[in-house]
Design a binder for this molecule. Structure first.
Ligand code: PHE
Ligand code: CO
Length: 292
């Protein structure tokens, strides 16, 4: 098939793309190609899920835990069409396969249309514990459960529409920080304590514990302007987590027109990933579990 889809790489541009971009349609979506998964890949996916299920209990937010069963029995890699049969009636979202990272405009366009891109390929055995770029396990296990939550589902669509707008305003760097610190690395203060909702945390074993209990990172109350000033690290645990108290709060805080914020940001200094501003509200970590 002749297409215009060009590979997109993560970090160093000399890394070869992992997915087959020649399979992609013009909007960068492709078929999942479920029949091509090997028995090894099905088994690895099942082991990744089984391991992570043990860690999310008591650490992921209730909305995430409640939706996990919709991913299927996790004996192997699910068919996206089976998930969509549940997801579409629940929130109007669907997942679509992609060969890996896709350009920003196509990414925002999919989100604005309630279509979430999921990488079709799975990490290798050597990458079982850590992988730099998003793969099937991160995208599916980390992101898809919260698409079943009505408020979070609306939030991601609004983010996509906001991305298309930010592109025109040359504010993509600011807006991408919102995605990073919420959809990927967000945490929530709940009556039961801090819980994670960001997919980058929920698909990682180490950071899931670290973000909730370590005394090291800053945990700063969510504030859109403060957040958009803050740089982030892509190759270590986060040095700052922004804390929301509910998805309603997140949705309401990001609903206003960002154009004036983008304007203000141009005159404000950026903050390093580990900054704490004078007088700002921070959250204490969860107590460490006591040995029995
Ligand atoms: N309200 C933002 C704007 O006007 C869009 C947005 C929604 C951004 C949700 C982030 C998250 O650009
Ligand atoms: Co992700």
């Amino acid at each position: 098939m002749q297409t215009t889809a060009k590979p997109v790489t993560y970090g160093a541009s000399d890394r070869p793309p992992r997915g087959d971009y020649s399979r992609a349609r013009e909007d960068y979506t492709c078929d999942q190609g479920w029949d091509a998964y090997t028995a090894d890949e099905h088994g690895r996916y099942a082991r990744l899920v089984a391991r992570q299920l043990k860690h999310v209990e008591g650490r992921a937010c209730d909305e995430f835990i409640a939706a996990l069963s919709h991913l299927g029995d996790a004996q192997g890699i699910p068919r996206f069409e089976n998930i969509n049969q549940l997801l579409k009636p629940a929130t109007g979202w669907e997942i679509v396969a992609v060969p890996g990272l896709i350009p920003e405009r196509e990414f925002f366009t999919l989100l604005a249309n309630r279509r979430f891109p999921v990488t079709y390929w799975l990490r290798t055995e050597a990458e079982f514990d850590y992988i730099v770029e998003p793969d099937l396990f991160h995208d599916l296990f980390g992101h898809v459960p919260l698409l079943f939550d009505p408020v979070f589902a609306d939030y991601i669509q609004a983010f996509g529409a906001g991305g298309l707008k930010a592109e025109g305003l040359h504010a993509l760097e600011y807006l991408s920080r919102i995605y990073w610190y919420t959809v990927e690395f967000g945490i929530m203060q709940t009556p039961k304590g801090l819980r994670a909702y960001g997919a980058g945390i929920l698909s990682s074993v180490g950071e899931l514990e670290h973000c909730l209990t370590s005394p090291q990172p800053n945990r700063v109350a969510f504030d859109a302007l403060r957040l958009m000033r803050t740089r982030y690290k892509i190759d270590t645990y986060q040095e700052t987590y922004f804390v929301i108290e509910s998805f309603d709060e997140l949705f309401d805080a990001t609903a206003p027109d960002f154009a004036p914020l983008y304007q203000a940001l141009r005159d404000l200094p950026e903050l390093p990933a580990n900054a704490v501003e004078p007088g700002e509200r921070t959250y204490a970590p969860n107590p460490l579990a006591q040995p029995a």
